[in-house]
Design a protein around this ligand. Sequence first.
Ligand SMILES: [Zn+2]
Length: 455
Amino acid sequence: MLKNISLLISIFLAFSLVAGCSSSGGELAAPATTTAAPDAGVVETTAVPATTAAPATTAASTTTTLSDEDKFINGLENAALAVEQGDNVFINCTVEAVGIDAAWSLLDMAPDEYSDNPLSVEDETALTACIDDIAVRRETAAHLDASWGATVSTSPEFFYASDVPEYSQSLLEEALLAATALWGNYGPLEYWVAGLDVAAAEDLGDQFCAKRVELGNLSSVADCLDWDHTPNFFVERAIDSSERIVNGWGGGDAGRNGNRQWGLHLYSSSYPICFAEPSICPFADDQKTVFHEYFHTVQHAFIATANWDLRDELMHRENIWWSEGGAEYMAQVGSQEMRNSGVLTASEWAPLPERFGWMIWDIQEWMSDNPGQSPSTIGYGDDGHVAYSYGAWAHAYLAFKFSPGVLLDSFYPNLNELGWEGAFANAYGMSSEEFIAEFDAFVSLSEETMLEIFS
Ligand SMILES: [Zn+2]
């Protein structure tokens, strides 16, 4: 399995070069690794692609003349473009159709060079099925593109392992619907939730893969079970959550795992411990987590492109303070507002300023351990939780200095057209570099002074 993934990634990288693209990750491989802010129960994770395998040598094939060469090469060009935009299904299909050696040979050249080094008739026939498959899927995706970013009237869909209690399901759905009421209902959206039982988690994985085939996202259940992140995630998280509960710990994993190419906001979550075991952690903690996750949908809904690299750039993914801090700030404030107004089930939690006070400790400890450095440079990884705290505070500061509405009324609506830096400068009247300098000075102030913006 791992070896197979390595080979696929090798080929993906090779094909990316053919297509003039250097993508090495993106929406499909998300969510990214971070640890959460001190008060945040849920930790987002990601699987990092394995290292690439050595390329196999090219196979000498029996050559033949194409019966419809132009059509075939056009199909290859279409496939190369799809791979550039993150379509792993075609890569997988190609390896299965013609074998790794021939796939490597094929993917090592530009589509218009194909006639100089054609495949055997048998392999070409097999590959034609992959090309036809991708053409159908791209046509479907083009149709979905027209509605990407628009709010929808359909409700999010929820899928649970059979051992997730009904009262926990109700609390989770209440929270997600409250978030859609607050920020707009972007969809279609699927939210998949693991339980504690491994067999139930495996059943949920089967259901997930059947859904992918039903919607035409993936070609077969077997492929999905073999290489899609989600079915394995359900099982791993069931084991992890069971251990947490035995130890009286909260926490878990949740993430938006894409998927722009499928025209879908797709989530997977571990067992929501705070919704299920309130003696361990308050409902409010999981309410905040659901709001945080849903805000990632809002961010992605404002980004039109299906290109992974450009999507990462517009999410400002390299330095995560912006997107993760935005989700954290909006979730802390938004879920508190909805609890206060009675939309969310009441739950005792530390007051908002106190929770932001916890984040200050996190930020200032890191700054003291890393003198002269800015938490704005932190990416996903061991120190990621500091970027969440720093970013949440950065958004709190911007909302205080300008207006809470600037983010959704100005920054995001201009993001596609102006790019991240342009949209930032347009919304806040300064470059991000100027802002970071100003904000780093602010987070060096005392906790008491910083918290004045919440008074
Ligand atoms: Zn997040």
